[in-house]
Design a protein around this ligand. Structure first.
Ligand code: FMN
Length: 141
């Protein structure tokens, strides 16, 4: 029987990440996730990450152990981990968005949050859910 879970966390980058760093991270991530049937999305606002990973429990939990020990980020806070019936990002081995202020303000319902100039690192559950909902319907183009 399948045991699908979805896990969301936020974290803070430990150093400035340029385009090349992000491309490198994403290329490896997508290759690895594809082989493990892991899907999801990664958002970066220049300082903080928010990531959703979804897949079978075992590969997700072992990936999360690796992610938590990655020196590229710190202050990793789990927002939630829950069983799901179907994936929210079935077509994305890791959808990615490098978020600009303008882009963020377009996301309905998180305007107040971003207007405060707080970052993804401070997001809590209800806002995380709204951000997920936005990208799962709009995609990443
Ligand atoms: C913000 C962030 C998100 C990451 N997401 C993934 C991911 O979804 N899948 C993955 O395989 N590695 C991801 N990584 C990379 C892992 O932390 C790790 O480097 C990679 O799995 C290789 O692990 P290993 O060196 O222990 O084999 C991510 C790293 C960071 C900093």
């Amino acid at each position: 029987m399948s045991d699908l879970i979805q896990l969301v966390y936020v974290s803070t980058a430990t150093r400035q990440l340029n385009e090349e760093d992000l491309t490198d991270l994403l290329t490896k991530t997508r290759e690895s996730n594809q082989t493990k049937h892991i899907t999801g999305m990664l958002l970066f606002d220049g300082a903080s990450f928010m990531q959703v990973i979804e897949g079978d429990r075992d590969p997700i939990e072992s990936l999360y152990v690796r992610i938590k020990s990655d020196p590229r980020h710190k202050n990793i806070v789990t927002i939630f981990e829950k069983p799901i019936e179907k994936r929210q990002f079935p077509d994305w081995s890791m959808g990615f968005k490098n978020l600009s202020g303008d882009m963020l303000r377009k996301i309905e319902g998180v305007n107040d949050f971003f207007a405060d100039k707080t970052c993804l690192g401070d997001v809590e559950q209800s806002r995380a859910l709204r951000i997920l909902e936005y990208f799962s319907t709009e995609g990443f183009s």
